[in-house]
Design a protein around this ligand. Structure first.
Ligand code: ADP
Ligand code: MG
Length: 625
């Protein structure tokens, strides 16, 4: 048989390597920013177009490259940073594999301009799919500019795999945050499609955090400092009362390199144990300095995972250091998870002059019109209570229970226990002897968790939280689709502060939120003014709702095929629905049952969990045999 093994041509090998190094535009950003830092730059500009799909450019004022080096930098395994494998154990640079530029040049069109301090004239190189197109001398300032255009132009499968510009930009911004936080002494500018997103002057760590995450973050930070033989820990944790639903602001830097470490993350969580509400996440910005020979950063091409020699000691030190800081700064609050947030003056109201409320008189109001009365009572109580939007059940809706729950649907969802068979031909599955539908007589709340109600064939046990989620979800979807969202005007606009990345998300989802009844005022840098909210939202909840909304959108907005309205409706119904433990009065109980069975899909929650089970008389009889 003829020989069949061949050496892969360089450009193919480079493309394969690129698969590891470059997953998406953000990976290119990381590599280029790190090269600029390794080159000793004190000022770095990042320029992005179309989520990095058309252009990613990094301009630095570092040491630059000679003409020969500029040419060599695109060769695989070409690096100025290590010479032998031993050097790996004493790394002071970000890069060392000599792979990034070769990989990037294999899958994009790259323009390089560079000049060193002691040369008069610089070098310009154009390279496309690993092929040098031109090399010229050029007049350029000291430093390097590297522009990566049309990423994945020669690998359509990878290009098609990229998400929307907004999502890719978000990944780039995350990467930018990590690098900028790790190097506060370097000035950064970041532009997207011609507008400046960040202008970060040279500063200390605290100022850098504040410049990135907004002025309000300053009051949240508690310093952490500990110097031991194994590790030097410095940085900040966020006070426990600012723990967020989203994981957002959690950063570990080891020797100025952003890393991910579940193990260390748990050390921080352990320190916060008992101080934050379950389901919320503490924020932290922690720098660890360790002996470079005690870590291995070679285990992953993107170098975000690090292996420590002595993880257990690190864990213990980190945990006790943070505990100490929380105690020292007296920020371990006496916890009251059940406090009534309605009783607290929202932060934004302090130092505000009173404004005379505007009273709008509804000239068409007729107290005898039943419909009007119901609508008013529901919206006036809504401010204090998220499930107060329930109105007295209307008999017609009871009938719809029937129509909307055909037997076929029951079977298809796999709830074999549910049998409405005999009732389908009758008027209602509920005891139809009760002509006036005095529903208060037939519902009760079990363990502050379930609503139990009788039906002809026995009883239904309804999970109150899931039922309410379903009701709210359909309500929100309807308002968005029909564009009929109602809004209650706020006397004092609420001001919320966001990180710039969150502001980006908000701009994306603003239109849909407006149709749901949120009224937005000005957006100034990172402060957003909210002038109106949907009637079922209580004013005191707005902050928490947006917190949760951001968390959900960050995670889900990238998922293709998910319509935005669906993601938003799910996020809102989750935060607004009644929870296990909430006491519902009789009226709310029956209204919930009524509204649930008026839903198009009353059997499963928006998150695909069963909402109710039925227990037939037969089932009960069997227990008594
Ligand atoms: P690595 O960073 O792992 O060495 P790269 O492919 O990223 O590999 O870069 C190859 C080499 O090109 C670097 O070792 C460095 O000498 C040079 N280089 C890359 N970017 C710059 C830059 N912005 N300024 C100066 N030199 C650079
Ligand atoms: Mg590099």
């Amino acid at each position: 048989m003829a020989d069949i093994i061949k050496l892969l041509p360089d450009h193919v090998a480079n493309q394969i390597a690129a698969g590891e190094v470059v997953q998406r535009p953000a990976s290119v950003v990381k590599e280029l920013l790190e090269n600029a830092i390794d080159a000793g730059a004190t000022s770095i500009k990042l320029i992005i177009k179309d989520g990095g799909k058309s252009l990613i450019q990094v301009v630095d004022n570092g040491i630059g490259m000679s003409a020969t080096d500029a040419r060599l930098s695109f060769e695989r395994h070409a690096t100025s940073k290590i010479q032998s494998a031993e050097d790996l154990f004493n790394l002071n640079t970000k890069g060392f594999r000599g792979e990034a530029l070769a990989s990037i040049a294999a899958i994009a069109r790259v323009d390089l301009q560079t000049k060193t301090a002691n040369e008069e004239i610089g070098t310009a190189i154009e390279i496309e799919g690993s092929e040098i197109k031109s090399q010229e001398v050029v007049a350029t300032p000291q430093g390097t500019s590297l522009a990566v255009k049309h990423l994945f132009f020669n690998i359509p499968a990878r290009r098609n795999f990229l998400k929307s510009d907004a999502v890719e930009l978000r990944h780039i911004t995350d990467e930018f945050h990590r690098v900028a936080l790790a190097h506060p002494s370097i000035a950064f500018n970041y532009y997207n499609n011609g507008s400046e997103l960040f202008n970060l002057p040279e500063s200390n760590f605290r100022q850098r955090i504040v410049n990135i995450f907004g002025k309000k973050s300053n009051e949240k930070l508690v310093p952490v400092n500990e110097d031991t033989q194994v590790v030097k820990v410095s940085g900040f944790i966020c006070k426990s009362e600012f723990a967020k639903k989203s994981r957002g602001e959690q950063y570990f830097f080891v020797n100025n390199r952003f890393i991910k470490s579940h193990y260390l993350h748990y050390a921080v969580l352990a320190a916060f144990e008992g101080l934050i509400k379950p389901g919320t996440h503490p924020g932290y910005f922690l720098n660890l300095e360790v002996d470079p020979s005690s870590i291995d950063i070679n285990i992953h091409p993107t170098k975000t995972e690090v292996k420590f020699d002595d993880e257990q000691t690190l864990y213990a030190i980190l945990r006790s250091t943070i505990k100490h800081s929380l105690g020292q700064f007296n920020v371990a609050p006496t916890l009251d998870f059940d406090h009534d947030s309605n009783l607290q003056t929202p932060y934004e109201y302090k130092n505000k002059n009173a404004v005379l409320p505007k009273v709008t008189v509804d000239s068409t109001f007729n107290p005898f019109a039943e419909e009007t009365k119901q609508a008013r009572s529901s919206s006036s109580s809504a401010a204090s209570n998220s499930f107060a939007s329930y109105k007295k059940p209307s008999p017609q809706s009871w009938e719809s229970l029937y129509v909307e729950t055909p037997n076929a649907e029951v079977k298809s969802t796999g709830f074999e226990g549910v049998s409405f068979e005999s009732e389908v031909s009758t008027k209602s599955i509920f005891d139809d002897t009760e002509d006036d539908l005095d529903t208060s007589a037939i519902t009760f709340q079990l363990k502050r968790k379930y609503i139990v109600t009788t039906i002809k064939s026995g009883m239904v046990v309804i999970d109150q939280g899931r039922a309410h989620q379903r009701v709210l979800y359909e309500k929100f979807l309807r308002t968005v689709t029909l564009n009929e969202g109602l809004s209650q005007q706020l006397l004092f606009p609420i001001q919320l502060s966001f990180s710039l990345a969150e502001i980006d998300i908000l701009k994306d989802i603003k239109d849909n939120l407006t149709t749901m009844g949120f009224v937005f005022g000005q957006i100034n840098e990172n402060i957003v003014e909210i002038n109106g909210i949907p009637p079922m939202v209580a004013e005191a909840e707005v902050d928490a709702i947006f917190d949760e909304l951001m968390a959900d959108c960050q995670q889900n907005v990238g998922a293709d095929g998910f319509s935005q309205a669906d993601v938003l409706s799910k996020a809102l119904c989750k935060s607004l629905a009644v929870k296990t433990g909430d006491v519902l009065d009789k009226l709310s109980q029956s209204a919930l049952v009524n509204d649930l069975f008026a839903c198009t899909e009353s059997m499963v929650s928006p998150f695909n969990k069963p909402i109710y089970v039925t227990i037939t008389e037969n089932d009960i009889d069997k227990k008594f045999i």
